[in-house]
Write a protein that binds this ligand. Sequence first.
Ligand code: SDX
Length: 433
Amino acid sequence: MPDNKAQNCIINLEGNTYEFPVIIGSEGEKAIDISKLRDTTGYVTLDIGYKNTGATKSNITFLDGELGILRHRGYSIEDLAEKANFLEVAYLLLKGELPNKDQFEDFDESIRHHTLVNEDLQNIFKTFPTGSHPMGQLIAMISSLSAYYPKALDPNRSAESKNRTVLRLLAKMPTICAMIYKKRMGHPVVYPNNNLDYVSNFLNMTFKHVSDSDYQPDPVVVDAMNKLLILHADHEQNCSASTVRLVGSSQANLYATIAAGVAALWGPLHGGANQEVLEMLESIKADGGNVQKWVDKAKDKNDPFRLMGFGHRVYKNFDPRAKIIKKTCDDVLNRLGINDPVLEIAKKLEEAALTDPYFVERKLYPNVDFYSGIIYRAIGFPTEMFTALFALGRLPGWIAQWQEMSTENQPIGRPRQIYTGQTPRSFIPRGER
Ligand code: SDX
């Protein structure tokens, strides 16, 4: 364990000297604890986009952006994606340890009890115009759950009641995502079959037709979905996880808090990128497949086009998830006998960008969103469902982040600012302006 006693940070301001503690994390990350900065110096820090600001200490996920490392509770993402299933990883994120056989069975069983959603929730779908974006529906459905479980609104409810809300969300998210898909297709809803495992049940609710008595999810698809959900499960203090922590810090109920996380994820710079990547690849294909033309567009400051699925706030090396997804992509398409021309375009685009000085200098590599959509499409999901699938995977991570924040009784999040607007001025009556 590194020596956690580092030299204090000395700051000289306006002729005064101040000392602030330095914190060193279990993986050697260093931070200056400035929680007393304003009280002692009158200064605040300014860090637009929080590129250099730690919002919390956390035991859940560790990223090393330079080395392309991702671990959950100390386990590498490579090991988890290869050897665990999604529900085991959800348990790990929430409880801090991988479940033993009994613990897994209890967890799995307790989730199966809650997979149904209230029939009245289907009325919400009726209010959405056909073809509405799944993320708007998902936000509405998740926050609507608070109406059916009003006890969840009490911030002082028991730990057992909070845990029931966690189980309800984990159990109902696949059902809601499948309902959104069915409504989009104009097909009747297929109810949960609690004899199936978590991922198979989701695929069954999604792709089984009510008249289709012998539908069985393809094991290749079940394995790929488990991997994709694991690879999206948590990613420390990203935009949507930070949103969950901030909303949760006001003691808003967990349904509203998770709905806020889904809203943040929707943005094309965040989880919405997986949909944007597929649309970008389709545009390149429709444009004749000239990848260099689009790489040049992405470099042109006068062109708003960005290479979607490329670049990352933290990873300045390969996103380890992208490597796993790229391999899974090849594997799934081969085993399903699908030849998707956009996969070849994606590979050519990656090759062109990774040898281009613009991307090399800025350390822009494919991220988790670059290949994931190709697999989702191969499985049969429409492009607009991709970000909802990201949310399905990210749910246990969001809940783990919320749980850590709330059990540590962290204060309500309330950043400061530097005001740069008008200085005091007298009010002038309208007739005299
Ligand atoms: C996710 O934070 C997480 O952990 C997120 C996530 C998770 O699991 O929760 O990993 C999921 O959101 C992945 C990212 C998905 N988004 C995209 O793929 C959208 C395309 N990528 C970018 O818009 C961008 O790379 C971000 C938003 C991901 C990161 O942006 P930053 O860190 O704010 O970096 P920046 O915008 O300041 O870019 C630095 C430079 C700029 O050029 P210069 O001003 O230095 O000349 O790199 C350029 C940018 O113009 N740049 C790109 C680019 N990404 C950055 N140029 C072209 N194409 C791109 N994709």
